[in-house]
Each structure stands twice: as C-alpha cells, then as structure tokens.
Design a protein around this ligand. Structure first.
Ligand code: ADP
Ligand code: MG
Length: 681
C-alpha cells in the first residue's frame, strides 16, 4: 500500500479494521500451518491437515449430489461446493499444461480414492520449492485470499519501520523484546522457530504482542478515566448536619468493610471532580446504606441525588429503605418510575426542578431525556450489572454531553452484587475505582444447600409446611412462566396451582415478569407483610429483594440456571437470624455441565469463589455475556490464561501515562484505533 489501495481492496481491508500500513503490520496471524513437508495422499493421517501435491488430470462441474467443482488429480480428488468460473478454467488449463496442484487440508477416503473438500490450494510447476518455515494464516474476509493478504502484510512490513512505543525502562522491567522484531518473527517465522510455542502463542514474540494489546486496553480505559476525572463536579464535603445526625443514630453498626467503603465514597465526593466508583459486594452485604450516606452528603450541600434500580421491585425496595432512613431527617424524596399517570409525573418533574436537597428514587425512568434535575450532584446505579452496556453508557454520558463549561458532572456510584473475578475486574474495571464490601453483616443465619431430585417433591412440600408452621416464609423459584418450547419445564403458573392445592391452609402468592406493575408491588408487599407464606416466583426476585423472614428457598430446575444466578437467588435467604435452607430441585439425568455447576453452588457459598469457578467453566466471553464483553474483545491475549501479563500491563499503563503520555496515545492508536467505538465506552 505505498499508494492508496484500490477502493475495492480498501473496502475489504476496512472490514478487517485495516486502514493503514501499520494496521496491516499489526494484523497478526490467527494460526500457523505446516507446509514445509509434502505428504502422499494415500498415507495422510486421519483428521490432520497435510500438504499434498498431485498432477491435475481434469476438472469439471458435477451436479450430483449438488452442484460442485470436481478436480481429478493423480491419486486425489478435490471438491469445491462454492467456486468461481475462473477456478474451473484455471484447473482445466493446468490439466492441459500438465501442472500440479498443491493443496493443504484434511484428506479423507472417498468414492474415487483420497479426497479433499475445499482445501486451500495453489497451482504449481513440478519442483517448486516448499516453504522452509510455518505459514501464517490470517483472519480475513470474503474474497480476500490468504495469499493476497499475506503479501500485503509482508509488503507493509518492508515499507514501514514499526516505532517502539515503550521506553527502555519498561521493556527491561517486564522482560519484553522489541516490538518490530517480535512482529516480524510472527509474520515470517524462522525455519528453526519453536513450532509449538508459535502455534500455542507462548513464544516471547507472542508475549510481546499480547502485552501490547493488553497495555492498549488498559491505557485506553485509564485515559477515559482520567478524561472524565478531569471534569468538574460539585464538591460534597462530609461534615454536614444531616449526615452527622444519620451517622449518630445508624439503624445498625456498620461492618468494617462498610466503614471502609463509606470512607472511600465520602472522600471521593468531597472532591471537585466526578467520582467514578464501583461498589461491589455480595448480595446482602449492605450496599444500600452506603448509597444513603452518599445521598446525605449531597443533601447537606443542598444538592440532589438520584438512585436508579433496574426493576420496579428493587426501586420500590430502595424507596422503602430511603424513606425509613432519610424521611425522619426531613430530606424530600421523589419517586419516579415508568408508567406514572401524567399528573403525577408532572408533579415529580416539578419537584426535580426545584432547588434544594432531594433524593430521587426510581427505575431508569429517572434518566429519560425529559427528566431534568435542578442540581444533580450524585447519580447512583443499583445492581448496575443488570443494565446493558448501552444503558450504562447513556447513564455515564448523562450530564457529560452538556455544553462545555456548563453544569458540573454528577458523581457516580455504581453498585453491583455480581462479584467479578480478579482477573476480569482488572481488565473490565480499569476505568473505575472499586470499593469492595467483602463481609456480611453479623448475625446472619447460615444457608444450607441441598440437591434434591425432582421426584422427591413430596418431602420438599413437607419441609415447607414445617417451616411455615414455625412462622417462616418460603420462595419457590421457577425458570419460566408459561408453557414454552421447552414443554418439559414446570411453569410458575402450574407450580402456583399445584402448591395452592398441596399447601392447604397456607397463602401462596405468585410473582413473575409479566404481571402488571401495581400487581407486582402488591404481591411483594403481601409477602413482606406476611400475608402470604409462600411466594412462587420467576427470576424477577433474583437481585436485591430483601425479606429477612424468608428462610427457605426451593429452586425448580436448578440445572437450568447459571451459577451467578443461583448464587444471587440463594442470597435472598439467610438474611434474617434464622438459618436458611436452599433446596435445588433438579431433573435427572444431568448433563456434565449442569452437574459441574450444581457441584460448585453446593460446595461454595462465597460469591467471589463462585465467580472464579464460573469463569473457569464458561470462559470470559460467556461469563461476561457478549454485550458486556465489548470492551474486552481481545484478539491475541486471553484474560484468564495471561493473567500475569494483565497484571504487568495494568502497572505499565500507569507508568507510561506518567512518563510519556504521547507514547501512550501512539500505543493505543496502533492497537485499538480501528476499534475506536469501544474506546468511547
Ligand atoms: P445489598 O448489598 O444486597 O444491597 P442491602 O443493603 O439490601 O444489601 O442489605 C441487606 C440487609 O442487611 C438489609 O436489611 C440491611 O438493612 C441490612 N444491613 C445492612 N448493613 C447491616 C449491618 N452492618 N448490620 C446489620 N444489618 C445490616
Ligand atoms: Mg441491593
């Protein structure tokens, strides 16, 4: 690409995120193939790709069993189900000229003898030398062949010199080789290169490339963090009278971890720059009160705070807690959820427009465009992992998109009960400060978990009767609400009817996502007020719901739930003083994966350890969910396998930003420019 490539080629390259010669140079191989040796078609090992060579005899198009190009060569048949007319012609010409086909792929026994389907191939003359080193195979796109792409990459390598982005000090500290040398060796492996290390991506060349990729990720997130942090926010000092009064008569003694988290939050809030903090703590660890304390710091400064939850049930629960805690202090509370009648919505909107302290509680309705705050100083997002990336971005941008120099940016506190394994959190949360509440309030009853085959339902019902006779309450959780395609699932509605019939004398309620909102709230309220003893529910109760008197939980079809979900569900019980009992009903036979999951949840009660195992069982992409892992799309490094490198890259990112911000920017551009949309996340 000395000159600009022709538009058609440029378009194909753009699809690969390649716009410059440097992009080409850092377009690294996906894998390597060994074409240094020829193998006779008849002695090719089963299931292993090999390089074979044979004289082309004839080529034609067959129509059975379906249209395909069939190339007959000496002792070998090649088949192509998708092909161009030009390929047919080229093979026919090769046959006339007695040339050879050299093909790479798996050889299988077929009707005419050895066969290859869709091999990668080249037409060659007899005696053409074989490559002496492994052949790199690149990620490519439709109608851009490996051969063409490889040539473009090698040309680019010759034409540019890759500048080193890391200072000597960092190279030495992390024992990294030079980037130009590493890149060259990966595109053009030496004949004596360690094949296994190259293919397994463990060579020192790969180590450097992975490090650079991870460093770019860390840098981009840290840069985003610094940019946001450089903006101004309302400083909310913590010595004010409301906060003082609240702390002077707390409803309970804060745990050590809560006190630490509180101190971190209050310290951030006192700064004239926006806090960007994640408060992570297992279900029931007591995050809400930390949020309330933050809101009081805002109120003391005469400002507004907003607390948003992902569901109405959770928002309502927040409303209850905040009313109980802040009501007596005279802090006005605004309640905003979706589906409010127009006059009520207008009344709340007017409230938000008034100057003076206020805490707004609600769902994401709080952050809709038409909702304007007079003086929002703190935005709190509860159970933030439940919001999609897009919603989270919208939240972050709320207030950031105002005209430059306009109102300050609100402080942000995100709360999450999903423990993220350390390995992932380093990559995932590099643009946030993190506080962790790693202990539960004292006096919580322990939760026992039992695995019970679904055939033993009668025993489980007896257990519920006994618990409810002692004044306790129970959840019965079902995976779906209606007979769906998975017809074998016991539905919530069926279960509800069954339990009503089986548990004569007990009041049974039902809660699921399709109930109208007021009804949902009523069902929940009845359960809280002990009007119902048993609550049949779908996973709407998964997060945050707090009913200390509920001590028993039955999870139907536990094998269908993910680990994080099971852990969250189980966190609903053992919230009061009684011990909790969690019964996982499963339908036999269990798949290996389901068995592994249930084993983990049975053996461990610690959210972080469960998260680590979940990550191990599923891998990071699936663990975070496609939607959440956008920022983590790594092409070469693997957050789990390369954990030590992630650690180094994180440390190096800070150092580089301090030492040489210019080089840091260059580095990010090299590795991530093509995916800039992720950087803005
Ligand atoms: P989560 O972190 O899951 O949001 P909550 O804030 O809902 O947890 O707290 C769970 C329950 O524990 C609530 O009823 C809350 O009032 C109570 N709680 C929180 N902190 C303490 C504490 N230090 N001592 C006793 N109870 C507490
Ligand atoms: Mg909560």
């Amino acid at each position: 690409m000395k000159r600009a490539p022709p538009p058609a080629l440029a378009k194909k390259l753009a699809r690969l995120g390649i716009r410059t010669r440097e992009d080409l140079a850092v377009h690294m191989p996906l894998r390597y193939e060994d074409e240094t040796r020829l193998c006779a078609p008849e002695s090719a090992p089963a299931g292993e790709p090999v390089l074979v060579e044979a004289r082309v005899e004839r080529a034609d198009v067959a129509y059975r069993p379906r249209r395909q190009l069939v190339v007959h060569a000496e002792g070998l048949v090649l088949r192509f189900l998708n092909f161009y007319g030009s390929q047919l012609k080229a093979f026919q010409r090769a046959a006339e000229q007695g040339r050879l086909v050299r093909a790479y792929g798996e050889v299988r026994p077929g009707f005419f003898g050895a066969e290859m389907v869709h091999p990668r191939y080249r037409i060659v003359d007899a005696g053409e030398p074989l490559p002496t080193a492994l052949t790199p195979i690149y990620p490519t796109t439709a109608s851009l062949s490996q051969t063409d792409l490889r040539k473009l990459v090698l040309d680019a390598l010759n034409e540019i010199s890759l500048e080193e982005t890391l200072p000597h000090g960092l190279l030495a500290k992390y024992q990294l080789m030079g980037i130009a040398e590493a890149i060259r060796a990966l595109h053009r492996p030496a004949p004596d290169a360690d094949t296994a290390a190259l293919i397994g991506r463990t060579s020192r060349e790969w180590r450097r490339v992975k490090f650079d990729e991870l460093l770019a990720q860390q840098l981009s997130m840290r840069m985003a963090y610094r940019a946001r942090r450089a903006r101004s926010a309302l400083a909310l000092p913590s010595g004010g009278p409301l906060l003082k009064r609240f702390l002077g008569r707390l409803p309970f003694r804060l745990t050590r971890a809560q006190r630490k988290a509180m101190a971190e939050v209050l310290r951030d809030l006192a700064e004239p720059h926006p806090m960007q903090r994640l408060l992570q703590g297992d279900v029931g660890s007591g995050k809400t009160i930390i949020a309330a304390i933050g809101c009081l710091a805002a109120a003391d400064a005469g400002c507004q705070a907003a607390v948003m939850a992902p569901t109405e049930i959770l928002a309502e629960q927040n409303l209850r807690k905040f009313s109980e805690w802040l009501g007596p202090l005279g802090v006005p509370i605004a309640w905003l959820r979706g589906g409010l009648a127009a006059p009520e919505r207008k009344r709340v909107a007017r409230m938000l427009q008034e100057p003076g302290p206020l805490v707004a509680i609600g769902t994401h309705a709080l952050f809709q465009k038409q909702v304007g705050f007079a003086r929002l100083a703190l935005a709190i997002v509860d159970e933030q992992h439940r919001f999609g990336v897009q919603q989270r971005l919208a939240l972050r941008r709320k207030g950031e998109t105002r005209p430059a120099g306009a109102a300050p940016v609100p402080h942000q506190l995100m709360m999450s009960a999903t423990p993220i394994p350390r390995t992932l959190s380093m990559g995932y949360y590099a643009d946030l400060d993190v506080s962790v509440i790693d202990e539960l309030p004292p006096g919580r009853g322990a939760v026992t978990t039992r695995l019970v085959a679904s055939g033993r339902r009668a025993e489980v019902l007896a257990r519920i009767r006994a618990a409810c006779a002692e004044g306790q309450q129970a959840y019965w959780v079902c995976p779906v609400i209606e007979e769906s395609k998975q017809g074998d699932l016991q539905t919530a509605i069926d279960t509800f009817e069954l339990l009503q019939a089986e548990l004569k004398g007990l009041a049974v309620g039902m809660l699921h996502g399709r109930l109208p909102v007021p009804e949902k709230a009523q069902v929940m309220q009845d359960f809280i007020d002990k009007k119902t003893q048993v609550l049949v529910a779908t996973t709407v109760i998964e997060v945050g719901v707090d009913v200390p008197n509920a001590s028993l939980m039955v999870i139907e079809h536990a094998e269908r739930f993910g680990l994080a979900q099971l852990h969250q569900l189980r966190g609903r019980i053992g919230r009061g003083a009684q011990t909790g009992d969690c019964i996982l009903l499963y339908a036999a036979p269990l798949s290996d994966a389901a068995r592994a999951r249930l084993k983990v949840i049975f053996e461990s009660g610690d959210g972080f350890s469960i998260a680590e195992q979940d990550l191990r069982l599923r891998g990071p992409g699936e663990y975070l969910g496609e939607r959440q892992s956008g920022q983590l799309l790594l092409r070469y490094a693997d957050l789990e396998r390369d954990e030590p490198l992630v650690r180094d890259a994180r440390e190096a990112a800070e150092a580089l930003l301090e030492q040489d911000p210019q080089a840091a920017r260059r580095h990010v551009e090299r590795w991530l420019a093509a995916r800039a949309e992720y950087l803005r996340a």
